[in-house]
Design a protein around this ligand. Structure first.
Ligand code: NOJ
Ligand code: MG
Length: 551
C-alpha cells in the first residue's frame, strides 16, 4: 500500500481500535421462519436456540433476531404491544435468557430488534392515549385536529398505502402512522417517550442483549409543524433503481416525515447507554444518499452501524454495483446487506436460477472484504430464491392490506430449509405459517453441508477467510478498477475481484505473485496468478500476495 490514499485510510477509521462488530460477520434471523420448536408452524426462541450450532459452524459472530415481543402480529411483530416481554408464540423470557446464554457460549453476540418509531395500537400507552385528550399518555403519540374539511391534517401517506392518519371518533382527532393505522407513531419530541426507551434499553442490556437493530431509524422525528409534503420529482439517489416503496408513498417527496435533523439526538442519547455495555446500535437507516446517511453513523456519538441499502436497489450492472459499493465503502459504519425480510431475495433479484445464485455469491464476496460489517440474511447461505407464495396464502400487510398492489414480502420470508422431508426440519406441524415455496432437497442445510461445492460450503469458506484474514477486516481500500465489468479492490495484501459480466475477463494485478485463497467456483483455491487474474462471468476471487510485502 502506498501513501497515496490518505482519505481512504481516514474513512475506514484505520487508526481506531476495532470494536467487536467491526471484525464480525452478522446473520439475520427472521424469527417466524427460522426454526419452530413447539410444532405450531411458527418459528420461536427455542427453535433458534436449538439451531445456534448452525450459525457457529457457518462462522458468523452476530445474530440479529427480528421482533419477538407480544404483538397482534398485524405487521408480524413490528407492531409491539409490550417492549419488555416475549409473545407466547415465540416463547418466554426464560427462553430468551437460555438463548443468550447458549449464544455466548458459542461466541455469538445477540442483537435484538427495537421498534421505537411506533407501537401497536394494543400497547397500553396507546389505549391510555386514546381514552381522552387530557390523559397523561396522550402526548406519547402524534394527534392533530382534522383539516378544515374534516379530512386528515396533512397529505402524508403510509408506507403500506393509504393516509398516514386515522380519525379517532372518541376524541375527535387524527393519529399519525407511517405504517398501518394499528402502528401509531410515537411522539419523540415528548421527553417522557425518550425516558421510557432508556428503561427499555436497560431492561434488555440487563438480560444480556449485545445490542439493538433499530427499526426505521431515520423516521423517529417528524417536522414539528407536520407540513404537507411536496410531490416527488425523480429524487432517487444516483445509480439507484426505484421505486423504493409503494408508488403512493413514493409519489411524495419525504422532506418532513422522515430524516429530520433532530433525529440523531436520540442516538446520541442511546450511545451514552450502549457504550457502557459495549453494545451495538445498528440502525435501519433507509436513506440511499451517502451524505444524508452518514449523519447517522457518527463514530463519536451516533449509531455504530447503519444498514447500507443501495445494493438492494441496483440491478446486476457493473456500473450500478460499483457506485453502490464504492459509496458505502467510503462511509465509516456501514453494514452490508443484499437481502432482508423486506426485499426480494438477492438471487431472485439478480436473475434467478443458477445465474442469480452465482451473482449473489459474487456480491457476497465483494462485501466480505470491504470496510463495514456484512450481514447474511437467513437462507442466503443456501442460495435460496424467493419462495412461491400463492395469493390465498399471502400474509404480508403490504399485500393483504394494500390489496391489488403486488409488493408482497412473503416470498422472502418463507421458512428455512434444514433437512429433506415433511416440514423440512423447520416444524413438525402439518403446515408452516407460510408455504415453503417451490423447494428441493438440494436447498437444505443438511444436503448442502455434505456437498463441498454447495453454496453453503462456499459461504462458510468465505466467512472463514474473512475471520482468518486481518487484511479483509481492517485498513484502507484501494479500488483497482473504475469501469468495465470487473469490480476489484486491494486491501493490504489481499485483492477481491468479481466479474459482473457474462464472458471471461482478466484483471491486471499489481506486482505479485498472488495466490487464490477463495474462488466462488471453489475449484481454483491454491492456484497462482501473476500479472493477470482470469475471471469467468459472475465469478469472484480473493487473492493473497505471496512472499512479497504489500508496500
Ligand atoms: C422495517 C421492518 O424491517 C419492516 O418489516 C416493518 O414492516 C417496518 N419497518 C415497520 O416497522
Ligand atoms: Mg413455534
Amino acid at each position: 500500500m502506498t501513501a497515496t490514499e490518505p482519505q481512504a485510510a481516514a474513512a475506514t477509521g484505520a487508526a481506531d481500535a476495532p470494536r467487536w462488530w467491526d471484525e464480525a460477520v452478522g446473520y439475520q434471523v427472521y424469527i417466524r421462519s427460522f426454526a419452530d420448536s413447539d410444532g405450531d408452524g411458527v418459528g420461536d426462541l427455542r427453535g433458534i436456540h436449538d439451531r445456534l450450532d448452525h450459525l457457529a459452524w457457518l462462522g458468523v459472530k452476530i445474530v440479529w433476531i427480528t421482533p419477538f415481543y407480544p404483538s397482534p402480529m398485524l405487521d408480524h411483530g413490528y407492531d409491539v404491544a409490550d417492549y419488555r416481554d416475549i409473545d407466547p408464540r415465540f416463547g418466554t423470557l426464560d427462553d430468551f435468557d437460555a438463548l443468550v446464554a447458549r449464544a455466548h457460549d458459542l461466541d455469538l453476540k445477540v442483537v435484538i430488534d427495537l421498534v421505537p418509531n411506533h407501537t401497536s395500537d394494543r400497547h397500553e400507552w396507546f389505549a391510555k392515549a386514546r381514552s381522552s385528550r387530557d390523559n397523561p399518555h396522550r402526548d406519547y403519540y402524534l394527534w392533530r385536529d382534522p383539516a378544515g374539511d374534516g379530512g386528515p391534517p396533512n397529505n402524508w401517506k403510509g408506507h403500506f398505502g393509504g393516509d398516514a392518519w386515522t380519525y379517532d371518533e372518541n376524541t375527535g382527532q387524527y393519529w399519525c402512522h407511517l405504517f398501518l393505522p394499528e402502528q401509531p407513531d410515537l411522539n419523540w419530541r415528548n421527553p417522557a417517550v425518550a425516558e421510557e426507551f432508556d428503561g427499555i434499553l436497560e431492561f434488555w442490556f440487563a438480560r444480556g442483549a449485545d445490542g439493538f437493530r433499530i427499526d426505521v431509524a431515520h423516521a423517529l422525528l417528524k417536522h414539528s409543524d407536520l407540513p404537507d409534503l411536496p410531490p416527488a420529482e425523480a429524487k432517487l439517489a444516483e445509480g439507484v433503481e426505484g421505486p423504493v416503496e409503494l408508488p403512493e408513498f413514493e409519489s411524495l417527496d419525504h422532506v418532513y416525515d422522515v430524516d429530520q435533523p433532530e433525529v440523531t439526538a436520540v442516538y446520541r442519547r442511546w450511545r451514552g447507554l450502549a457504550d457502557g455495555h459495549d453494545a451495538l446500535l445498528l440502525g435501519e437507516v433507509y436513506i440511499l444518499d451517502a451524505d444524508r446517511f452518514s449523519r447517522y453513523v457518527d463514530d463519536d456519538d451516533g449509531l455504530h452501524l447503519g444498514f447500507w441499502f443501495p445494493p438492494l436497489h441496483v440491478g446486476w450492472d457493473a456500473g450500478e454495483l460499483r457506485k453502490a459499493l464504492t459509496k458505502g465503502a467510503a462511509i465509516r459504519g456501514v453494514s452490508w446487506v443484499q437481502g432482508s425480510h423486506d426485499r426480494t431475495r438477492a438471487a431472485t433479484r439478480f436473475g434467478g436460477g443458477e445465474l442469480g445464485k452465482a451473482r449473489q455469491l459474487a456480491l457476497a464476496t465483494l462485501m466480505m472484504g470491504l470496510p463495514g460489517t456484512p450481514f447474511v440474511y437467513q437462507g442466503e447461505e443456501l442460495g435460496l430464491l424467493n419462495g412461491e407464495v400463492p395469493r390465498e396464502r399471502w400474509a404480508d400487510p403490504i399485500a393483504v392490506r394494500a390489496g391489488e398492489i403486488g409488493h408482497s414480502r412473503d416470498g422472502c420470508r418463507t421458512p428455512m430449509l434444514w433437512e429433506p422431508g415433511p416440514g423440512w426440519g423447520f416444524t413438525t406441524a402439518d403446515d408452516a405459517w407460510l408455504p415453503y415455496g417451490d423447494r428441493s432437497d438440494a436447498d437444505t442445510v443438511a444436503v448442502q453441508r455434505d456437498d463441498p461445492h454447495s453454496m453453503l460450503r462456499r459461504y462458510r469458506a468465505l466467512i472463514a477467510l474473512r475471520n482468518a484474514e486481518p487484511d479483509l477486516r481492517g485498513g484502507p481500500v484501494t479500488w483497482l478498477t473504475h469501469s468495465g465489468p470487473i469490480l476489484a479492490y486491494r486491501r493490504g495484501e489481499a485483492i477481491v475481484a468479481a466479474n459482473a459480466g457474462d464472458g471471461l475477463e482478466s484483471l491486471a494485478l499489481p506486482a505479485g505473485p498472488w495466490v487464490v485463497v477463495f474462488a466462488t467456483d471453489g475449484k481454483r483455491a491454491g492456484e497462482r496468478e501473476v500479472e493477470r487474474a482470469r475471471l469467468g462471468g459472475q465469478a469472484a476471487v480473493v487473492l493473497k500476495a505471496v512472499g512479497v510485502s504489500s508496500t
